[in-house]
Write a protein that binds this ligand. Structure first.
Ligand SMILES: O=C(O)CCC(=O)C(=O)O
Length: 134
């Protein structure tokens, strides 16, 4: 990602290393156990792994549970790397022009922890395929 914009709060379906190359980036992370406070799943959003809550300017009337969410905040400096585990919610805001690189990778652990509605529904079939069981 290049630029100064923000990426709304969402989670990834894989483990993720976020490498800060240039400029600073502020990340807010929220544990998967708090997904309900982010109104997950929100099926009216195009992507189910995004939250309808604007965590920089939250509407507590519409989303009162978000008041109780646990937020971890970190600012990445150039040369720093952040590990974002699968399913952890994260919001990113570049504090100036910034360049980052991502490395995402899938593992059995990340696929199981992801608990995407598709994966939950097809868990047995996907597991058999991954384990090469007939
Ligand atoms: O760098 C960004 O703005 C987005 C980072 C992000 O969402 C991610 O690493 O998954």
């Amino acid at each position: 990602m290049v630029g100064t914009r923000a990426t709304p709060v969402h989670f990834d379906g894989a483990d993720n290393l976020l490498v800060q190359i240039f400029g600073r980036k502020k990340l807010i992370l929220i544990p998967p156990a708090e997904s309900e406070k982010l109104y997950y799943p929100c099926l009216r959003l195009g992507h189910v792994h995004y939250s309808p809550v604007d965590i920089e300017d939250p509407d507590f009337v519409q989303f009162p549970k978000f008041k109780d969410a646990t937020l971890f905040e970190v600012t990445l400096e150039p040369g720093e790397i952040l590990f974002i585990p699968v399913r952890w919610w994260h919001h990113a805001r570049s504090l100036e022009t910034a360049i980052s690189l991502n490395f995402w990778w899938y593992s059995m652990r990340s696929l199981f922890r992801m608990r995407h509605p598709y994966f939950v529904f097809h868990k047995d079939r996907v597991t058999k395929k991954l384990l090469n069981v007939r």
